[in-house]
Design a protein. Structure first.
Length: 217
């Protein structure tokens, strides 16, 4: 049909894949998460403006890749557990990113045969400041200074290793993420749309959105 082929059998299965480019990077004052906004069902773009940055607690977020249904369900459950955990803490204490990441890890590992979920959990807390944890498909956990995942990440590993600097200023970190994701979007057909970011620091949460005409060269 007009030279376009769509795998109808795949669509009937109802499987929606985030087929994505996600990353989280620590910087001098905290951590920044970034993601594209394209959700695909086979070769069909199901949603152009998906928000893949999900709040787990006040200044703890996650990026989601893999099956949209699986990652949404896992994120919702971890958010619920974190609310219960936070209610048991002293009034002046908040959950740490490490606790949230370990809940993700346990849930993904214990259900690894049923889930297709790759998670990056990142956040800011008074104890550890900005921190990033990668929980890839299979349920292992890795603390990193920065993490990238999703189908688009394969195109930017080298660029990120070459250009990442420890203790960047916020503006420099924003540009690092924007450039990395724009390259992933350029080369990966399953990534596209907007670039969304969330900045987590002692000041709280700041959202940023970059439209294609702002990052395309």
């Amino acid at each position: 049909m007009n030279g376009i082929q769509v795998d109808i059998n795949h669509l009937k299965k109802g499987e929606v894949n985030l087929g994505t480019s996600i990353m989280a990077v620590t910087f001098k004052d905290g951590v920044i998460l970034g993601a594209d906004s394209r959700t695909t069902t086979g070769t069909y773009i199901a949603n152009r403006v998906t928000d893949k940055l999900t709040q787990i607690h006040d200044t703890i977020y996650c990026c989601r890749s893999g099956s949209a249904a699986d990652t949404q369900a896992v994120a919702d459950m971890v958010k619920y557990y974190m609310q219960i955990y936070a209610a048991q803490l002293p009034f002046d204490e908040k959950p740490t990113t490490e606790v949230a990441a370990n809940v993700f890890q346990e849930m993904c590992y214990n259900n690894k045969e049923q889930l297709t979920a790759g998670i990056i959990c990142a956040g800011y807390d008074d104890k550890n400041k900005g921190s990033v944890y990668s929980i890839p498909i299979g349920g292992s956990i890795h603390k990193q200074e920065y993490a990238i995942a999703g189908s688009g990440s394969t195109f930017i590993y080298g660029w990120c290793d070459e250009n990442y600097k420890k203790d960047m200023e916020q503006g420099e970190c924003v540009e690092f993420i924007k450039t990395a994701l724009s390259e992933a979007i350029k080369w990966d057909g399953s990534s596209g749309g907007l670039i969304r970011m969330v900045v987590l620091t002692a000041k709280g949460v700041e959202r940023k959105v970059f439209y294609p005409d702002e990052y395309q060269k």
